[in-house]
Write a protein of this length. Structure first.
Length: 82
């Protein structure tokens, strides 16, 4: 997964994933939901989204790496917590 670091947009065919900026104090202080592993639509056994979305950029270790390098995260618009 070394090639999954994104700057402003990550292009997958015709579609792209928007990388949203996250303020450092919000990242440190808020306990917000930001990765597939926290979502009810993620099948942890199969490591994939039950909607069929590409979850590679939304998984925890990739999100943290992207944030540390760019200050941005790829928030899934379908993210739902239980």
């Amino acid at each position: 997964m070394s090639g999954l670091i994104a700057s402003r947009r990550y292009h997958v065919g015709r579609k792209s994933i928007i990388m949203d900026p996250v303020h450092p104090s919000e990242y440190r202080l808020l306990n917000f939901t930001y990765c597939c592993e926290q979502c009810v639509h993620y099948d942890g056994d199969r490591e994939e989204c039950t909607f069929g979305h590409d979850s590679r950029l939304h998984q925890r270790k990739v999100q943290i790496k992207n944030y540390e390098l760019t200050g941005r995260m790829a928030f899934c618009r379908f993210l739902e917590i239980d």
